[in-house]
Ligand binder design. Sequence first.
Ligand SMILES: *[C@@H]1O[C@H](CO)[C@@H](O)[C@H](O)[C@H]1NC(C)=O
Ligand SMILES: *[C@@H]1O[C@H](CO)[C@@H](O)[C@H](O)[C@H]1NC(C)=O
Ligand SMILES: *[C@@H]1O[C@H](CO)[C@@H](O)[C@H](O)[C@H]1NC(C)=O
Ligand SMILES: *[C@@H]1O[C@H](CO)[C@@H](O)[C@H](O)[C@H]1NC(C)=O
Ligand SMILES: *[C@@H]1O[C@H](CO)[C@@H](O)[C@H](O)[C@H]1NC(C)=O
Ligand SMILES: *[C@@H]1O[C@H](CO)[C@@H](O)[C@H](O)[C@H]1NC(C)=O
Length: 301
Amino acid sequence: MLLAVLVLLLPAVSEACGDPPRFKTMMLQGEPKPNYRPGECVQYECRLGFKPKLPALPRSAVCQDNNTWSSLQDACVGKSCPNLGDPANGQVNFVNGSVLFGSQAHVSCNPGFYLIGAKVIYCEISGDNVNWSDNLPICEIILCATPGNITNGRFTQYKEVYQYSEVVIYRCDPSHGPDEYSLIGETTLICVDHNRWSSDPPECKVVKCDYPIVENGAIVSGFRGKYYYNMQVVFQCHDGFHLHGSSTIVCGANGTWEPKLPKCSAKEAIATTTASATSNASGFIKSCLYLSISFKFLVMF
Ligand SMILES: *[C@@H]1O[C@H](CO)[C@@H](O)[C@H](O)[C@H]1NC(C)=O
Ligand SMILES: *[C@@H]1O[C@H](CO)[C@@H](O)[C@H](O)[C@H]1NC(C)=O
Ligand SMILES: *[C@@H]1O[C@H](CO)[C@@H](O)[C@H](O)[C@H]1NC(C)=O
Ligand SMILES: *[C@@H]1O[C@H](CO)[C@@H](O)[C@H](O)[C@H]1NC(C)=O
Ligand SMILES: *[C@@H]1O[C@H](CO)[C@@H](O)[C@H](O)[C@H]1NC(C)=O
Ligand SMILES: *[C@@H]1O[C@H](CO)[C@@H](O)[C@H](O)[C@H]1NC(C)=O
């Protein structure tokens, strides 16, 4: 039994140190040997991108009599990239809090300026030293070119060049025809980035929806002779009829009602009887109002 334990321990207690310790900032000088005898020494040198710490620390370890390596710690430190000043009209943010090898610099521009170049630069190996991966980017002033002309409309403040956050306002021309133009899209465009407006220019065109007719119902609000873009109509069903769909509809950009017209359908037989039985003055007045509106409508067309 004792013999078996001794046999098992023998290779471990052979007259040699194991592999020399490894470090993040430094590496073994020369080729590693398969084994090291007590008294043998290994030398380390700084890895690429690192330089000796100051004041200097030991960079060698010795194989001791008990077959362990003498203690050693990282003796190198990352090299520094050149200190960058802020670019004109922008800032550099050293996200790792340093300019040492492996760190990053994030560059941003002040409002009204846009970045040309690399937004993030890295302190990396360059030859036998370290340097930033790119030149410091530059912050250029944001300007917008004239936004598009549109047919049947124009915008205020026609210029060749606009400043950042400057605004143009579109409006439609008078049509000189039976129907006026509607402005579809955004009236106001803002210069938000280099040659980028907040949206595309709007469109000016005639957008007309069919006169909305709901059987057994009437328009209670938004009554007009013609219905153009964005005009809204509210319906109510006659007494004894129930509304299905949306009571409010809007004339959409493509000349259709959105959502589609509602429907008025007769309430159940019993409900209808009750309704007519309790028919009262206010119900009568409403019916009259509807008749007069319908009459007006007939006269108009
Ligand atoms: C080996 O020897 C060194 C120096 O004599 C000592 O500091 C260390 O603790 C020893 N290690 C072991 C594992 O006994
Ligand atoms: C530097 O910071 C960035 C972002 O926080 C991180 O991803 C990166 O690992 C850091 N690099 C070093 C060397 O600490
Ligand atoms: C570091 O890089 C910049 C540009 O990326 C270059 O102008 C400069 O000469 C470089 N410095 C060294 C020491 O190589
Ligand atoms: C746009 O309209 C303006 C005047 O309203 C005119 O000066 C300009 O030449 C037009 N641009 C284009 C590209 O047609
Ligand atoms: C009009 O617009 C609606 C919704 O925006 C759409 O469902 C419909 O297909 C369009 N009709 C035409 C003719 O483009
Ligand atoms: C009168 O008629 C209207 C509509 O038909 C109804 O909403 C209302 O509740 C009625 N009032 C009475 C007191 O019956």
